[in-house]
Ligand binder design. Structure first.
Ligand code: C2O
Ligand code: CU
Ligand code: CU
Length: 505
């Protein structure tokens, strides 16, 4: 969003226009007014949607027999459309939060767990005070209030806890949910909606004989990232999903702690990709398979009407050279039921994306370098530094409004050491992926997944493979403050493979 600095007189003028215009216009005006603030505060009448979310211990039925102890988010709509929260029946996943671009949102989080926590809205462009930084954790029994204007594009985002050192176990216990944003541009397209718009949250878990989660924390698990042996879809064992013979939109989220998926259709049809982390692509992309790293989202479009009624189409994970990737398996299968009337068709043009121009970056030609390393004592770090709550190094200070190139290099730094894939995530914004370079010595591992990397569109998480350098481009706009960037392999993150960056005017 391009936001200029308004002089006071221009503000008054705009306010008059805004009063007479649509709600959306007013909302974007409100957002514009708060340029560079670190927090947003609404008066009661300005709030469009008000929610309460509580993190609570609970039991759910994942297998027949003994219930599984989980932690999960429960939600309540205080103000705004009741459809804002969509509960996934029987699932430990939090309610899907449906929001519209331009809405003023207020969310009160209550921590009913036995340890500190805080919620982060993954992928959203929100003020510092609403980003859920680990220094903002609240103790059991306390509440935290978030206020922000929804400034993001239509797409699939998500929310999860972010307490330092505990994000992995808390997400694993069940704390996560989807945020689905709708906007006018997307509404004008003929995409499948409602029951034909299916969330597919993919998570791997391990269970003991009494149906309880096993989360191992051996040194090896932390170093590699934890891998489960049982696949859950939307928090449930879902080997079969019944669909009608028509087109669907599938919103895939890799909500796993560390597993990377190589996703394909069992009949080898190409996957039709219509969106990434930050919303719709300019036009659909066709791929034999997609590579989905932790925290990444892909929106896919599929037409089940080309398959015979009664047949089954599987979404499979193909073998690959990422950790745990040697065995292929079925993610879930779709059994195609009755013919259904379908007025939707795949739009040839999806979205107008106004990409940044890399040559306009303030550091064009010399990106900031972030070296992903394994340090002494076998701890993952970034540029040799581990996470410290408030610490910002000199190469982690950026200027509000600047367009910058950052390069993540997974080349082992100075020392030797283990190289693993690192899905790198930057808080508070969406970036473009500009360039990838692979060290030929790692070409084999790379080739096992590289055709499935989707670099078009907007992203908040990018997979950086062993031996690879990846350059991203982004603008630090609207908000000053302290934000995070980190590896979204949650065990790596908890080990300290996370740092702050500070945006200042
Ligand atoms: Cu899903 Cu710090 O992020
Ligand atoms: Cu995030
Ligand atoms: Cu990592």
């Amino acid at each position: 969003m391009e936001i200029q600095d308004f002089s006071p007189s221009r503000r008054v003028f705009l306010k008059k226009i805004a009063a007479a215009a649509s709600a959306v216009y007013i909302n974007s005006f409100i957002a514009a007014c708060r340029t560079s603030a670190t927090a947003t505060t609404f008066s009661d009448s300005e709030v469009d949607v008000e929610l309460e979310l509580a993190a609570v211990p609970d039991d759910v039925q994942i297998f027949p027999g003994v219930l599984t102890n989980v932690w999960r988010y429960q939600g309540k709509v205080i103000k705004g459309p009741t459809e804002t929260l969509e509960i996934i029946p029987e699932s430990y996943l939090g309610p899907i939060i449906h929001l519209k671009t331009g809405q003023n949102v207020k969310i009160t989080f209550r921590n009913d767990l036995l340890e500190p926590s805080i919620i982060h809205w993954h992928g959203l462009h929100v003020p510092e005070a609403a980003d859920g930084h680990p220094r903002l954790v609240i103790d059991p029994g306390q509440e935290y209030m978030y206020e922000f204007t929804m400034m993001d594009r239509a797409g699939t985002y998500w929310y999860h806890p972010h307490p330092h050192g505990k994000t992995g176990p808390q997400v694993y216990k069940g704390l996560a949910g989807l945020i689905i944003i709708h906007d006018a541009e997307e509404n004008s397209l003929d995409l499948p909606q409602g029951q034909y718009d299916l969330p597919i949250v993919i998570q791997d878990r391990a269970f003991d004989e009494s149906n309880q989660f096993i989360y191992a924390t051996s040194r090896m698990d932390q170093m590699m990232g934890f891998l489960g042996n049982t696949l859950l879809i939307n928090g449930l064992i879902q080997e079969k999903i019944s669909v009608e013979a028509r087109s669907y939109r599938l919103r895939l989220l890799n909500g796993s702690n560390s597993r990377i998926y190589k996703i394909a259709w069992s009949d080898k049809s190409p996957l039709v990709i219509i969106g990434t982390d930050g919303g719709l692509l300019e036009e659909p992309i066709y791929r034999e398979y997609i590579t989905l790293a932790p925290a990444q989202r892909i929106d896919a479009w599929v037409d089940f009407s080309k398959y015979p009624i009664g047949s089954t189409l599987e979404l499979v994970n193909q073998s690959n050279s990422t950790p745990g990737g040697n065995n292929p398996f079925t993610i879930t299968s779709f059994s195609i039921g009755n013919d259904a009337s379908d007025t939707t068709s795949l739009p040839p043009t999806l979205s107008r994306i106004a990409p940044h121009d890399p040559s306009k970056a303030v550091n064009a030609g010399s990106p900031r370098l972030f070296s992903l390393q394994m340090g002494m004592r076998m701890v993952w770090n970034i540029n040799g530094r581990t996470f410290e709550m408030e610490d910002v190094a000199s190469n982690e200070k950026v200027k509000l409004g600047d367009l910058e190139l950052w390069q993540f290099e997974n080349t082992g730094g100075q020392g030797m050491g283990m190289l693993l894939p690192h899905p790198m995530h930057i808080h508070g914004l969406q970036f473009q992926i500009i360039d990838r370079q692979i060290d030929p010595r790692y070409q084999d591992i790379y080739s096992s997944i590289s055709d499935g990397l989707i670099d078009a569109g907007w992203h908040d998480t990018v997979l950086v493979m062993p031996g690879e350098k990846v350059t991203v481009l982004m603008r630090f706009e609207d908000f000053e403050g302290l934000y995070l960037y980190h590896c979204h392999n949650l065990e790596h993150e908890d080990m300290g493979m996370m740092r702050n960056y500070r945006v200042s005017a």
